[in-house]
Design a protein around this ligand. Structure first.
Ligand code: AP5
Ligand code: MG
Length: 212
């Protein structure tokens, strides 16, 4: 089976955008811990109630909760996944290997991006919850303002996409990312992609990397 793909990158670095493109061209399954947590919040489940204020503040949900959610939503023995937003710290990196992948081969792609450009990308993001489409008022506006091109549903401005929360999310990312990168580097699985260019250019680089 081809390697499982692990996307690592700052908020707004393009993980979700590239995951969508990879899925439509190569047919991976997508598992985004952020999307799974937001779905729980939207359902109003106990888990959703418990994590809501954590997401709104841009902090990390505890490792065990996220690991359980991930394991309940992927079947590694039978499918190849794109892990989007997991792992976020060293403990999660180890848990992904020992409790989810369990020996399945994997490649980690780090979206190396100039952090200064990310606040603008994020505050201008609008998302379609059902279709999963990701828009940007500047770089990828919908054809009809406020509506998804694919499903026609109303677009949403994520609650954690305010400038203040984005800055906290960036800090959380910076505090945790280095040991994650070192972990994948040491096991020869880390691939760095410059992710400040257009999403088409970034996609070409990722394609080269996964098809070689
Ligand atoms: P999550 O939903 O994963 O958010 P994130 O990691 O902050 O990443 P984003 O979704 O904001 O960015 P992205 O990289 O997907 O960028 P996108 O493609 O949308 O997590 C949210 C929260 O859930 C966390 O803060 C935490 O509370 C919790 N959580 C999740 N996972 C967890 C875990 N493992 N452990 C603990 N807690 C967890 O692009 C952004 C915008 O830029 C879009 O508008 C897009 O159109 C545009 N864009 C994308 N690429 C380009 C490009 N190349 N050029 C120009 N514009 C671009
Ligand atoms: Mg995302």
């Amino acid at each position: 089976m081809r390697p499982q793909l692990i996307l690592i990158g700052a908020p707004g670095s393009g993980k979700g955008t590239q995951a969508k493109k990879l899925i439509s061209e190569f047919g991976y399954n997508h598992v985004s811990t952020g999307d799974l947590l937001r779905a729980e919040i939207q359902k109003g489940s106990d888990l959703g109630e418990r994590v809501k204020s954590i997401l709104d503040a841009g902090n990390l949900v505890d490792d065990q909760t996220v690991l359980d959610l991930l394991n309940a939503n992927c079947d590694i023995a039978n499918s190849t996944y794109i892990f989007d937003g997991y792992p976020r710290n060293l403990e999660q990196s180890r848990a992904l290997d020992s409790e989810v992948l369990k020996g399945a081969s994997s490649k980690a792609i780090y979206f190396d991006v100039d952090l200064e450009i990310l606040v603008e990308r994020i505050v201008n993001r609008r998302v379609a919850m059902k279709s999963g489409e990701i828009y940007n008022l500047i770089t990828r506006p919908p054809k009809t303002p406020g509506k998804c091109d694919v499903s026609g549903e109303d677009l949403v401005h994520r609650k954690d996409d305010t400038e203040e929360t984005v800055r906290n999310r960036m800090n959380v990312f910076i505090e945790n990312v280095e040991p994650v990168l070192a972990y994948y580097e040491q096991s020869g699985r880390l691939y760095r992609v410059k992710a400040s260019e257009s999403s088409t250019e970034v996609f070409e680089k990722i394609k080269n990397l996964i098809t070689k």
